[in-house]
Design a binder for this molecule. Structure first.
Ligand SMILES: NC(=O)c1ccc[n+]([C@@H]2O[C@H](COP(=O)([O-])OP(=O)(O)OC[C@H]3O[C@@H](n4cnc5c(N)ncnc54)[C@H](OP(=O)(O)O)[C@@H]3O)[C@@H](O)[C@H]2O)c1
Length: 308
């Protein structure tokens, strides 16, 4: 099968389109024909070697953890799915090797969910990793109706979902983003503020008594977080583990079909929308990574065109 791979750590120059063996389908697993694969910053961070201390890697690596596609085969004793089912997944494995930037990917059924019919392939591939991250962060913060939540990086892919989940729970959300994204933040139900110097004063103008909780979806903002948090407030980060030494929680998203199905329900009842900003064909994965690396894209990047 065709797959985007890299045989060593590096920048986008190490990516190449190659032929790889069709993955075997273990008992309890499904083989998915990929229709779309979401691009996440973690994909190119792994490629750079930045996570080498955390996870084992077997080269050549096929990057990618998010996928939407059609079940091509099921392993022994996998009654949860049948051939032809439309599915999606945050398909992270414990060892980095066989990712979703390929024509086919095999994943354990326990981390695969049925795709909401209302989502396109691209939208379905855009949701799992970022949606599960936002959901896990909000669960950890236990923020409740009537409370005020500050989201650092409301305009990124995690932030957009986080805003919607919190607003749905009746939470008042103040979200940072650059001015060009403020209208979208408002549409999602947040009060936008510009990030950067003076952030504490801008948030205090909206919430003079401080905020009940802070979700950091960008990193390097712990001083602002602590300056704005009420005395009994809670904070969590997905991008800065130093929050652990400041009473915060460090969140690392987990693959789970059950948790993904919670998001599916919110998609199906119209609560949760999914933005896709840019798509690239599989063979242009390097361009997709470069767009993600810019750090200021207008939303989610997704790979398509997996078959020749
Ligand atoms: N721990 C985990 O489990 C986990 C899971 C998912 C992601 N992450 C990490 O979380 C971060 C965000 O992920 P993502 O997928 O949401 O990224 P993303 O979609 O690529 O985020 C892009 C957005 O970041 C915004 N941004 C850039 N600099 C900012 C700043 N200083 N303050 C506020 N916003 C800023 C930009 O907004 P403007 O365009 O408005 O400038 C841009 O829209 C990444 O570092 C990622 O690796 C961690």
């Amino acid at each position: 099968m065709k797959a985007m791979t890299y045989a060593q750590y590096g920048g986008t120059e190490v990516l190449e389109l190659t032929q790889r063996p069709t993955p075997k389908v273990a008992p309890g697993a499904v083989l998915i024909r990929v229709k779309a694969a979401g691009v996440n910053p973690v994909d190119w961070k792994i490629m750079s070697g930045a996570l080498d201390g955390l996870m084992d890697v077997n080269f050549p690596v096929t990057p990618g953890w998010d996928v939407a596609g059609v079940v091509e085969a099921v392993g022994f004793d996998t009654p949860d799915f049948k051939v032809g089912d439309e599915v999606y997944s945050y398909g992270r494995r414990d060892t980095i090797q066989g990712g979703t930037f390929a024509e086919l990917v095999a994943l354990p059924a326990a981390i695969v969910a049925h795709k909401p019919a209302t989502l396109s392939w691209e939208q379905a591939a855009a949701l799992p990793l970022t949606g599960l991250t936002a959901q896990r962060t909000l669960d950890a913060l236990a923020v409740t109706a009537g409370q005020t939540l500050l989201i650092h990086n409301g305009s990124g892919s995690v932030g957009r979902t986080g805003i919607q989940l919190a607003v749905h729970a009746g939470v008042r959300v103040i979200a940072t983003g650059s001015v060009r994204n403020h209208e979208r933040l408002r549409e999602l139900g947040a009060e936008p503020v510009e990030y950067g110097p003076g952030l504490v004063e801008r948030v205090r103008a909206l919430a003079p008594d401080g905020v009940d909780a802070v979700a950091d979806f960008i990193g390097d903002v712990v001083d602002d977080t602590l300056a704005l948090l009420k005395a009994d407030g809670r904070h969590a980060s997905i991008a800065d583990w130093t929050v652990l030494s400041h009473g915060g929680q460090y969140i690392w998203v987990r693959p789970s079909a059950e948790e993904l199905e919670r998001l599916s329900l919110l998609v199906e009842d119209g609560t949760l929308s999914v933005d896709v900003a840019q798509t690239f064909p599989l063979q242009e994965a390097a361009k997709a990574f470069e767009a993600s690396m810019s750090g200021h894209g207008a939303g989610k990047i997704v790979l398509t065109e997996f078959t020749a």
